[in-house]
Design a binder for this molecule. Sequence first.
Ligand code: NI
Ligand code: MN
Length: 232
Amino acid sequence: MSTQITWLGHSCWLIEFNEYRLLLDPFLDHNPAAPCKAADVSATHILISHGHADHIADAASIANRCHAQVITNYEIATWLQEKHHVKNTLGMNLGGAAKLPFGRVKQFLAWHSSVLPDGTYGGNPAGLLIKLTESLTIYHAGDTALFSDLSMLAREHVDVAMLPIGDLFTMGPEDAVEATNLIQPRHVLPMHYNTWPPIAQDAQAWAALVRERTSSKPHIPKVGEAFRLDHT
Ligand code: NI
Ligand code: MN
């Protein structure tokens, strides 16, 4: 079996697994670094870590056009339904897991903030733990700071972790290396950097530190480039 993970810039990823297309944190139309526009992307499911515009901006338009189910926290799910007429949503909260057609999604902790673009309370920010098969678990950290409870993810046997390295609003490169040590993923991919000058980072320097200080394998996909993972 082969799963394709494509970086669409910032914290947005497309995971193609069997007949499913999972879109994480869609932010395309107003992302200067995005390889495509929201209208160019199709999804069966959209997963959102928290309510900030740079993670949710294109969720409603894509969900409504593709009839995709949106999986996020209860506050964001309700807001998408009431304010943006998104029909199919699943609202969750921290620590909760849900069984979905493509696998299991659990909302993990994230140390950050969360307010929706119109000022509505966005609930708690989350990281997304996505178990597609027994041998493929993906963790998208959202916009978190480094915190010691990330070590709880080590027992989940994460195959691919997407971690922010941009600093300023999230953990920076050094903390992302420490987070990699706590999570112990097989592969680690950077995100939430180089979108704008304040979060510019040298991903190659980060990858060198990952190789030096952890046993995880860093990959630096270009925007629009797929990372392919073979698994059972
Ligand atoms: Ni944020
Ligand atoms: Mn963000």
